[in-house]
Design a protein around this ligand. Structure first.
Ligand code: 48F
Length: 263
């Protein structure tokens, strides 16, 4: 059978922009495709919400690929094991409350499960800002401002485009980039003790893991923080290559937002 290159191009163009068009009015925009963002994307999409995930890099998975120091095994605690086994990741009990999984199997399976559940993934796409609106004196985020990662990396002066979303999840990890932009550009107060970004503290895995879930919440009207971004925003500790808190944070943010969307 003959192959026409123009039809290959046309297929990509039409299918991509169909996906993009169906993302102009999202229920949830997830920023960052690490373990917390991927888990939230899967659960919200499986619930039937219009969900898209934006990831700066070509590959999804964030900091999960390399386990600890490139030794590509991850550790999770018992209460989070279901978030791996539910999608088919083999998990072994190492001892007591310590379980292990292959980091590559976990990363690829979480990414695959999010896509197959119906989350629309836009990789190679950076979120550079949010959309703000004010009503009755209350400011709220109502969308995201995105640009192509190669444009961002090359420092080209090209304007971004904008998508609307009822809720945003910042799951960008340690850097909490989008929240930093929100605070730097606008006279806003966050739902944190100081009203600003508290900043991350050094290593304390046990406290950090509990706090990752506790700190997963709406930090500004319309904007939730999840995963390591939650601890960096609320001033808690880092935890190293234990990932249960990340998965549970994704589960919590999905449940909280689903409840809000259902009213
Ligand atoms: O850092 P990351 O894996 O986020 P996470 O879900 O998990 C944290 C753990 O990997 C690890 C840890 C646990 O022990 O502390 O660090 O909190 O993934 C964050 C993703 O967000 C992308 C980034 O490329 C990464 O894949 N990202 C960051 N900023 C942006 C972004 C942005 N502005 N736009 C799009 N993607």
């Amino acid at each position: 059978m003959s192959l026409d290159e123009r039809i290959i191009t046309q297929a990509i163009l039409e299918e991509y922009f169909e996906k993009f068009k169906s993302s102009l009015d999202l229920d949830v925009a997830i920023i960052g495709g690490g373990p917390s963002g991927l888990t939230a994307a899967r659960l919200l999409a499986a619930d039937g919400f219009n969900v898209a995930l934006f990831e700066r890099k070509l590959s999804l998975g964030g900091g999960m690929w390399g386990g600890g120091m490139t030794w590509n095994i991850i550790v999770v605690q018992e209460e989070s094991v279901h978030l791996l086994t539910d999608v088919g990741v083999p998990v072994k009990r190492y001892k007591d409350n310590y379980f292990t999984a292959d980091a590559v199997a976990a990363t690829t399976t979480l990414a695959s499960a999010a896509c197959l559940a119906g989350a629309k993934v836009f990789n190679c796409m950076s979120v550079e800002d949010v959309v703000l609106r004010e009503e009755d004196g209350i400011k709220r985020v109502t969308g995201i401002v995105i640009n192509s990662s190669p444009v961002e990396m090359a420092g080209l002066h090209v304007d971004p485009v904008v998508l609307a979303s009822k809720y945003l999840i910042e799951a960008t990890g340690h850097a909490v980039e989008v929240l930093h932009t929100l605070v730097r550009k606008n006279d806003v107060r966050l739902n944190t003790p100081s009203g600003g970004i508290e900043g991350e503290q050094s290593m304390w895995a046990e406290v950090a893991e509990t706090n990752t879930v506790k700190n997963t919440q709406e930090i500004f009207p319309g904007l939730y923080v999840a995963g390591m971004a939650a601890n960096a925003s609320y001033g808690s500790y880092r935890m190293g290559p234990i990932f249960g808190g990340m998965l549970l944070s994704g589960e919590k943010v999905a449940a909280d937002i689903a409840a809000k969307l259902r009213g």
